[in-house]
Design a binder for this molecule. Structure first.
Ligand code: HOZ
Length: 430
């Protein structure tokens, strides 16, 4: 049996952890399988508890841009451990990483560290509400901004995968302040502004959506959102949990040349450690406590180990600006070659790719929003997922997620992925 130890571990985990996992997508429910328990990782590869290795296209859902266990990050974290790993006091390191981010990213003068992307987005909308003295926010169907109450309304990622885009437990009072629009549909945004004049504090979105699978913004979409926010006195929040320090050093703002008012970050800036952050111009960020009155706090925020891992990862990215082109080229190559394989076999497919993010949607020609993503052939994706897994390739276990390319993935790993995909097509005589 291929996954003997993983199966046993999952059985045991289910006794003590709801669903056996600490984050629902990991349970493999969407792909109707048993999760593979990982033991270690290096470069482009994951190794499971049964000793099998996989080319990793999740990369911890984005952050392992350099590949797993980069020696300089390992060395820096090991060194930091010797000096202590949680003080609950300010450290010089926090200023160093804040300076690095402020220097690299447009429109960020100040940045506040938190512990996850959920915390970052939850705090960003509180700040936007405090700054504008308005209550409502606009979010897009299929975008996922973590699991705080305001965002579990038509949410993507696991919420969409498991058919609970509106979670029980979110009160009607909270839900009524979250207004929905359709991704890549400006009329839907205009209509929300029209009906809620001077009530909207902010639009929040993933500038490259990654939680309904990868869905890039169409030309002019982000630019027009910027204009609509300016015309209506609302802030534009870019949730760059996935795109920050992945699309470009300056994130989606630099990639698309569109300015945001608040930017949120997650896992990437911790180099894989539990970190999130949100930043913006002084006039906005100074509304935060203790300078201003919008409250936000956390004992583990700015934790020295997490900051050391993040600072070293971001420094390595800064030293090697060509890395963003390399990983984008890898994603393009994989996209083009996979398209060839599927199209030659007569399989209808749409592969969305933007920077180093991509998703294969079967059974559909175009995916521009959540409805399109939902109409893709998820059964065929599941079959593809399992075939690749059995052959040493680890994709996200849901057709509503994004594949992330790391710099560890080279020609050899791409060739293996293509070869296994060809076998999949042949085996299923598609
Ligand atoms: N929300 C993450 C993907 N979009 C999944 C996180 C996890 O399961 O670790």
């Amino acid at each position: 049996m291929l996954y003997q130890r993983s199966s046993a571990l999952f059985k045991e985990a289910q006794k003590y952890i709801p669903g056996g996992v600490n984050s629902p997508v990991r349970a493999f429910k969407s792909v109707k399988g048993t999760p593979v328990f990982m033991k270690s990782a290096k470069g482009a590869y994951l190794t499971d508890e049964d000793g099998r290795t996989y080319v990793d296209y999740i990369n911890s859902w984005g952050p392992m841009i350099l590949g797993h266990n980069h020696p300089r990050v390992v060395e820096a974290v090991t060194e930091q451990l010797k000096s202590g790993f949680s003080f609950g006091t300010p450290t010089e390191l926090e200023t160093e990483i804040a300076r690095l981010i402020a220097d690299a990213v447009p429109n960020i003068d100040k940045i506040r560290m938190v512990n996850s992307g959920t915390e970052a987005c939850m705090s960003a909308i509180r700040l936007a509400r405090g700054y504008t003295s308005r209550n409502k926010i606009i979010k897009f169907e299929g975008c996922y901004h973590g699991h705080s109450d305001s965002f579990l309304i038509k949410a993507g990622s696991g919420a969409a995968t498991f058919g609970n885009p509106n979670s029980p437990g979110v009160t009607a009072g909270t839900a009524q302040d979250t207004l929905l629009a359709k991704y890549n549909d400006l009329d839907s945004v205009r209509s929300v502004f029209e009906k809620n004049k001077e009530e909207i504090a902010a639009i929040i979105l993933e500038p490259i959506a990654g939680n309904m699978g990868c869905v890039p913004p169409e030309k002019g979409f982000l630019e027009e959102l910027r204009k609509l926010c300016d015309e209506n006195g609302a802030l534009l929040i870019f949730d760059e949990v996935m795109t920050g320090f992945r699309a470009k050093m300056g994130g989606a703002q630099e990639f698309f040349a569109v300015n945001a008012d608040i930017v949120t970050y997650g896992k990437v800036i911790g180099g894989g450690m539990p970190v999130g952050a949100f930043g913006g111009r002084n006039e906005i960020m100074d509304h935060l406590s203790p300078t201003g009155s919008v409250y936000q706090a956390g004992t583990l925020s700015g934790n020295p180990i997490a900051m050391r891992a993040g600072f070293t990862t971001l420094s390595l990215l800064k030293e090697d600006p060509d890395l963003f082109n390399r990983i984008t080229a890898t994603a393009q190559l994989l996209t083009n070659e996979l398209k060839n394989i599927f199209e030659k076999a007569g399989i209808q497919v749409c592969i969305n790719q933007c920077s180093s993010m991509m998703t294969v949607f079967f059974g559909i020609d175009e995916v521009r929003n959540f409805d399109d993503a939902a109409s893709a052939d998820h059964e065929l994706f599941n079959a593809y997922f399992h075939f690749l897994l059995e052959n040493g390739i680890y994709l996200p276990p849901s057709g509503y997620e994004t594949w992330f390319i790391s710099d560890g993935i080279k020609k050899e790993e791409i060739e293996k992925t293509l070869e296994v995909s060809r076998k999949f097509v042949l085996k299923n005589k598609l």
